[in-house]
Design a protein around this ligand. Structure first.
Ligand SMILES: Nc1ncnc2c1ncn2[C@@H]1O[C@H](COP(=O)(O)OP(=O)(O)OP(=O)(O)O)[C@@H](O)[C@H]1O
Ligand SMILES: [Mg+2]
Length: 242
């Protein structure tokens, strides 16, 4: 579903993505972990072309990323993205936030988009909030709206960049539960997170990045019990201690 080959990316003299080779199969869930600044967010952002790459290629479902125009808008709709900050439209209701993309980009009718939005809001457990505005919801609820909004476009793949790291502890679980559900439902997912419980429950593969490279990758079981590189051992030592 996602294929990155020989991908290179620089920010000025900083080589943030180095020789990235990554294939993610349909329905596969890949968790990306690694120290701050290792390139995890940049990796995600190149996959829906929020960042351009300097060399190499990226394909989604067998098609190279388009440069611009309608083809790029279509691609963005195929690749759902959920960030740490929810970025909901403050002056639109929860339902309107979810229907905006389908109506504008997918040309859905308002009635169809509303129906689908209510289904998705139900699925993420916040249908009762559909007529409220984002500021009236908790962080965990807003993040679940952001997930519903991405799903409303019927994406082929979902990218999550630290979706729970801005949330209070009691809200983390409700968001992770939605993500586990999605994973079990067969969604192709790339998830940057340090939530090891999620990785163990839902990931098919854990990918460890350091200094712009994929240093190692393995099943969660193998990776957490038997990390191979010193970088990964050192990193796991730090995060598992606190
Ligand atoms: N727009 C930009 N311009 C210049 N440098 C950038 C830009 N975005 C990221 N960087 C740099 O690229 C490197 C990788 O950043 P990235 O955000 O991908 O790391 P990360 O692994 O997501 O880190 P974190 O865990 O802190 O989110 C960092 O050194 C960062 O400072
Ligand atoms: Mg990041």
């Amino acid at each position: 579903m996602v294929a990155m080959r020989g991908v290179q990316k620089h920010f000025g003299s900083l080589h943030v993505l180095q020789d990235i080779e990554l294939e993610v199969a349909r329905g596969e869930v890949v968790v990306v972990i690694g120290p701050s600044g290792s390139g995890k967010s940049t990796l995600c952002r190149t996959i829906n072309r929020l960042e351009t790459i300097d060399a190499g290629s990226i394909e989604i479902d067998g098609r190279p990323l388009p440069e611009e125009g309608k083809a790029l808008a279509d691609l963005r709709a195929d690749v759902g993205m959920v960030f740490q900050s929810f970025n909901l439209f403050a002056h639109k209701t929860i339902r309107e936030n979810v229907t905006l993309g389908p109506i504008r980009v997918r040309k859905a009718s308002k009635a169809d988009a509303d129906r689908r939005a209510d289904e998705l809001l139900e699925r993420v457990g916040i249908q009762a909030q559909a007529d409220k505005y984002p500021a009236q919801l908790s962080g965990g609820q807003q993040q679940r709206v952001a997930i519903a909004r991405a799903l409303a476009m019927d994406p082929k793949v979902m990218l999550f960049d630290e979706p729970t790291s801005a949330l209070d502890p009691e809200m983390i679980k409700e968001v992770l539960d939605v993500m586990v559900d999605l994973a079990k439902g067969g969604m192709t997912m790339i998830v940057v997170t340090h939530e090891m419980g999620f990785a163990r429950t839902a990931a098919d593969r854990v990918l460890f990045m350091a200094d712009g490279r994929i240093v190692e990758q393995n099943t969660p079981d193998q990776f957490f019990t038997n990390p191979e590189s010193d970088r990964a051992k050192d990193f796991l030592g730090k995060i598992l201690k606190h």
